[in-house]
Design a protein around this ligand. Structure first.
Ligand SMILES: Cc1cc2nc3c(=O)[nH]c(=O)nc-3n(C[C@H](O)[C@H](O)[C@H](O)COP(=O)(O)OP(=O)(O)OC[C@H]3O[C@@H](n4cnc5c(N)ncnc54)[C@H](O)[C@@H]3O)c2cc1C
Ligand code: FES
Length: 360
């Protein structure tokens, strides 16, 4: 579950000037390990100039294509000056081998063939990747459900998966509604011009989408858009518990201020439960769990180390930690004792953290 596996790149297909879809073939003996729920992501790892780089990329394939033995697919968009995205787009080609961690993440919902629901999705730019998987999987699995997608981009030329979305629209004419919002390309309806922000979502919920009919909403994109869209949905009466968000990164930068620790502090003894085995290590209280373990050669799962992706999610079953940034866990998960290892600092003198605890 938390270990990397070498997968072979099957294809690299340009999507726009600055993005490409990358598929991996999954050998038969790893099919179960790489079984995913729509909306989940993969963590990819490479070595670059002697340093290890890990980044997460959402799976953009439907649950049904997986059942038919289709390849795992992600899509990477080039970030200006970005280390991994540029390396991947410049170097990966069919036959390349890449280390991949099995699917993770909770930006998903169980598919229910008998459901008759309205799913509202809001995506901006590369935020379409998990949403595409959710849309296609839902439409295929639930014949009585419908989906509205509000998708923001600069202009048609920069839209990832434009053709695929148009094909989906043709296939599910009455059950898929796509609202294209463009910030640098004028469209006939003024409402469809500009950036997706709180105002835009409020207006769309007043004039085009009946908020009362929305059963579940998914939002994926930049932090400011995500927060504003979520608030606008709540203002329109959609319960926060029915709004799921996925953040790809944060504008917050910089290391946290060093934590004050009592001079007499003896540190903390941490027991790690993972894959049915236990390991114990001792750590200072001014370090987070992931870094402290790594410093002792113990690898705990992580990717972004910024409180965004949830790869480091574990459950505190004994003791107490203080968690810094959390963009990844929902309130109910925190209430059940789940924490982000990369953001958690021991408070108690002993701690038990469990990576095998139930996922939900
Ligand atoms: C759960 C999850 C799923 C993700 N899914 C996808 C996906 O499907 N497709 C995809 O392309 N990316 C996705 N990302 C983002 C991806 O993991 C990387 O963060 C992104 O590719 C940038 O990595 P980099 O190494 O190129 O940039 P870095 O070297 O990490 O960053 C370089 C600079 O760019 C800024 N930056 C980083 N990310 C972004 C961004 N997204 N937009 C603008 N500026 C940024 C940083 O602040 C930094 O200043 C996902 C992230 C998460 C947490
Ligand atoms: S490693 Fe991404 S949230 Fe901790």
């Amino acid at each position: 579950m938390h270990h990397f596996h070498a997968l072979t790149v099957q294809s690299v297909t340009p999507l726009t000037r600055d993005s490409a879809a990358i598929t991996f073939s999954v050998p038969t003996d790893l099919q179960e390990t790489f079984h995913f729920a729509p909306g989940q992501y993969l963590t990819l790892r490479t070595q670059l100039e002697g340093a290890e780089l890990r980044r997460s990329y959402s799976i953009c394939a439907s649950a049904q294509s997986q059942q038919q033995g289709g390849p795992l697919r992600v899509a990477i968009k080039r970030v200006n000056g970005g280390a991994f995205s540029n390396w991947a787009l410049d170097n990966l080609q069919p036959g390349s081998s890449l280390e991949v961690m099995p699917p993770q993440g909770h930006f998903t919902m169980p598919l229910a063939p008998e459901a008759a629901r309205h799913v509202l999705c809001v995506a901006a730019g590369s935020g379409i990747t998990p949403v595409l998987s959710i849309i296609e999987s839902t439409l295929l699995a639930e014949p009585n459900s419908r989906v509205t997608l509000i998708y923001g981009n600069r202009a048609s030329g920069s839209v990832m998966f434009k053709e695929e979305l148009e094909n989906l629209k043709d296939r599910f004419l009455t059950r898929l509604n796509i609202v294209w919002v463009m910030s640098r390309e004028a469209q006939d309806m003024p409402l469809f011009n500009g950036r997706i922000d709180g105002d835009k979502i409020s207006q769309l919920l007043q004039h085009l989408v009946d908020a009362a009919s929305v059963d579940t909403a998914f939002i994926c994109g930049p932090q400011s858009m995500m927060l504003a869209a979520s608030q606008a949905m709540q203002d329109a009466g959609i319960d926060k518990a029915r709004i799921k968000v996925e953040l790809f990164g944060t504008t917050q930068t910089g290391e946290r201020a060093p934590r004050a620790v009592a001079v007499s502090d003896q540190g903390c003894e941490v027991t790690v439960v993972m894959d049915g085995a236990q390991r114990v290590f001792h750590m200072p209280k001014d370090k987070n769990l992931v870094d402290a373990a790594l410093a002792q050669g113990i690898e705990l799962p992580y990717s972004c180390k910024g409180g965004v992706c949830s790869t480091c999610r574990c459950k505190v079953t004994q003791g107490e930690v203080d968690m810094d940034i959390n963009y990844a866990l929902e309130d109910y998960e925190v209430a059940r004792g789940f924490v982000l290892g990369c953001q958690s600092y021991p408070v108690s003198d002993t701690l038990v953290i469990d990576y095998d605890a139930e996922q939900h």
